[in-house]
Design a protein around this ligand. Structure first.
Ligand code: AMP
Ligand code: ZN
Length: 142
């Protein structure tokens, strides 16, 4: 599955250049062209799926099998103190390229990277329980 208008499909196909650091039958990893921090890597599925929810679990398992090794390589190569793994789904969640990919962002004390949210609360324990029940029910119906 590919999409002719998709920049990541073109990189996977070798039609446009990228600084590739790793590849497998299921995924390709290359440097983000506008990095949050030097060494910011994108792990991109070879097949074109717009969002994570569409990806078969077996494909995802295979594609992510070497993620710990890739993360360690990014940390070792950059000397980072930590790393964020991010995956955006939908424009509202910050997804710009609609082809499933994972960001590996090296982190250091005092860096310019911002990843965060203001923590909320549930009004009551019942409200929290109801939400958990809705998600369990959705899973049971899936
Ligand atoms: P997202 O917002 O999760 O869809 O992330 C898309 C990422 O792709 C951004 O961080 C961009 O900087 C990056 N990007 C876009 N075009 C290219 C490209 N040709 N090569 C490498 N990275 C790219
Ligand atoms: Zn694509």
């Amino acid at each position: 599955m590919t999409d002719d208008s998709c920049v990541f499909c073109k990189i996977v196909a070798g039609e446009i250049p990228a600084a590739v650091v790793w590849d497998s039958p299921w995924a390709v990893a290359f440097l983000d062209i506008n990095p949050a921090a030097p060494g910011h890597v994108l792990l991109v599925l070879r097949e074109h799926y717009e969002q994570l929810t569409a990806v078969p679990g077996s494909l995802l398992s295979a594609a992510l099998g070497e993620l710990p090794k890739l993360a360690q390589a990014v940390i070792s190569a950059t000397g980072a103190q930590g790393l964020n793994l991010l995956q955006n789904n939908g424009r509202v969640a910050g997804q710009v390229i609609p082809h499933v990919h994972f960001h590996l962002i090296p982190r250091n004390e005092g860096d310019r990277v911002t990843v965060g949210w203001r923590q909320g609360t549930y009004e009551t324990p019942e409200e929290m329980n109801r939400m958990a029940e809705r998600i369990r029910a959705a899973l049971a119906g899936a």
